[in-house]
Design a binder for this molecule. Sequence first.
Ligand SMILES: *[C@@H]1O[C@H](CO)[C@@H](O)[C@H](O)[C@H]1NC(C)=O
Ligand SMILES: *[C@@H]1O[C@H](CO)[C@@H](O)[C@H](O)[C@H]1NC(C)=O
Ligand SMILES: *[C@@H]1O[C@H](CO)[C@@H](O)[C@H](O)[C@H]1NC(C)=O
Ligand SMILES: *[C@@H]1O[C@H](CO)[C@@H](O)[C@H](O)[C@H]1NC(C)=O
Length: 444
Amino acid sequence: MAVVRAPLCFLLFVLVILYPLAIAFHLPHENPQGPAAHRGKFSNIARRSVTLDLKRNPNYNPNGPAEYARALRKWGAEVPQQLVHSLAAMGDPGGKTGEVDAESIKNDREYLSRVGFGTPLQWLNMDLDTGSADVWVYSTETQPEVAKYHTLWKMEESSTAKKVENGSWMITYGDGSAAWGNIYHDTVSLASITIPNATVESALSAAPPLAGDPDLDGIFGLSYGLPSLTTPPQQTLLSALLPHLESPLFTVDLHHHSSHKPSSYTFGTIPASHHTGHAPLHYTRLIPQAQYWQFAYRGIHVEGQEEWYINPLFNAIADTGTTLMLLSRPTAELYYGSVPGAWRNYTLGGIWTFPCSGYKLPDFEIGLVADIGGVEEAVIAVPGRYMNYSAFTDGTGTCMGGLQEWGYDEFGIFGDVFLKAVYAVFDVGAARIGFAQKVLEPEV
Ligand SMILES: *[C@@H]1O[C@H](CO)[C@@H](O)[C@H](O)[C@H]1NC(C)=O
Ligand SMILES: *[C@@H]1O[C@H](CO)[C@@H](O)[C@H](O)[C@H]1NC(C)=O
Ligand SMILES: *[C@@H]1O[C@H](CO)[C@@H](O)[C@H](O)[C@H]1NC(C)=O
Ligand SMILES: *[C@@H]1O[C@H](CO)[C@@H](O)[C@H](O)[C@H]1NC(C)=O
């Protein structure tokens, strides 16, 4: 049964949820460049499917508070001042100066994919991000202080790069930071799929939260239905990619750091080998006019508690580009109510922490909305050990939770902590998202 939204709820939803997102992303009301708009024009393209293995970042060094700040910025929420101060205080003591340096040590990302740009192909480490729609890279145009941390796209060495005259792009965040630059058309290669004349956004500069990650050379947005933040409007890479795919979908299979399995994205098919052994896929429709991979869910349950918490307003975005789960305060309180000795650290802006040892964290369960067609409601369990995001290295034996709270009522971000527990299908063609509970490796 689908969730019924009363008009008042819908209005609240628009005001409370879409308005802050609009600030963060200039969310437009129309979607002229959306995936559907470009299908059917490319009948002579060979349709294929490919799998892209994601490399684990060898420099990965989880810094929970920095991930929390990054997620809040990305989604336009205010970053608490105490957290900003604490992060600055945690900066590398090794004599480096400036925000870029401090952040660069701590903000490393866990998953990176090689993507080729230009002719001949130049390979860059990209963050495949289902929570944004632009594909942007650091380049030889990038301001030197920012560029020195990254492998750069050299458009002048690509015989197929063409600048879009007077074109520009800009991403702004809730805290006023931004990335911006010029627009080009060039060849982009994802595994062995080559997309000619794709939109590539070249960064002139980027503010520290974005610029500070030295292992990442750009962001590869794969958001649903969201136009790119370009003037004039450009086709998104996802819509340019669709005609090349056997089926208009991609799958995401992320693995926890305790696992030795490689994480991967597959474009164009759901490989049978990938979901043998897993529970069946359960599909949920995206919310009407979705501009992200946004869907409603029915309820949550914490292992060991008697009751489910059901709320008709629950909805979330599946975002591979966010590490943590960000949910409402009541949800976080419900979960951490079952974690012995859990507390909010106000020095870190209210981050949920708990003693690292002495017990097993409870599983966190999400009840999905029943699929259209009457398939039974499904439950996804995020195992307790995934809810333990990282240990602080200050010798206090304190750990930080993978679920954190924010101020957006029942609108949430399901980041990698959730996605590692599932096999996920991002089905552009059918405007739905599928999850299968994954058979997870035993704890090591
Ligand atoms: C670009 O902008 C300049 C100055 O505003 C203008 O003269 C030129 O015609 C524009 N070019 C295009 C292709 O729009
Ligand atoms: C590349 O795409 C743009 C629009 O996105 C179009 O104006 C241009 O003609 C295309 N160039 C080629 C070589 O296909
Ligand atoms: C909060 O976090 C800071 C920084 O990691 C730490 O120094 C402090 O001891 C923590 N406080 C509590 C009450 O956990
Ligand atoms: C949480 O993870 C840390 C390692 O990051 C581990 O040392 C600790 O025992 C774990 N605690 C719980 C309660 O799972």
